[in-house]
Write a protein of this length. Sequence first.
Length: 241
Amino acid sequence: MFLNDAIEAYKFAKSMGAEEFGIHAMMGSNVLDPDYFLRIAELLREHAEIIEDKVGIDIRYFDMGGGFGIPYKPEERPLDLSRLSDLRNFFPGELWVEPGRFIVANAGYLLTRVTEVKRKGGKTYVGVDVGMNVLIRPMLYGAYHHIIKCGESEGFETVDVVGPICENTDKLAINRELPRVREGDLLVILNAGAYVYSMSSNYNGRPRPAEVVVLGSEYGISRFREPLDLLTMWQVVPEFI
Ligand SMILES: Cc1ncc(COP(=O)(O)O)c(C=O)c1O
């Protein structure tokens, strides 16, 4: 049914004078299995052949979209890109891809300071100064972000890492084994370069943190910490009030 809709869309584009054609798929999200991409490529090529035949056009661009995964958990293995090298000559036209996470995720680290450690009902909660307004992925879809503690520690403890927002979903990690932490310790949340700042919000009246670029031994601010005024600067009282 979707293929029939696509055929109609290509026919319409042709009737409107379009001269160049491509086909695009968004393959998936955070996929680490190379065979998955090979299957999608076959599907895309098959669909393109059917469309070319039914519409009488040549498809020149084959865009596989994004979805190339990265290991978030220590036990996960990286996507073996060498297994995909045959794709370069697989399509009868140009191969395009739109990798997002694969390029930027591991370039970003989210730093947060421990504001308190609370032991209650047999559980340990590590409170930190970053909340779900900055890192929504764990609570939005159960995503895992590895967390490292800076400095020495004695022993490990299984904890929930929780933010400062008054919501019971303000959790960055649940039942996570971490080196023992104390108030003031610095934690580093890994793979925060993709879908973290871009999915952040000012929820709960919280300005977003600053961003710093580090290159070798040099570093500098690349985005300022949001000022509190920002939260109200576009607010007005309508004239009728
Ligand atoms: C059309 C399209 N292309 C590329 C991407 C990037 O995906 P990823 O970061 O999984 O590579 C997305 C993400 O949603 C997308 O919607």
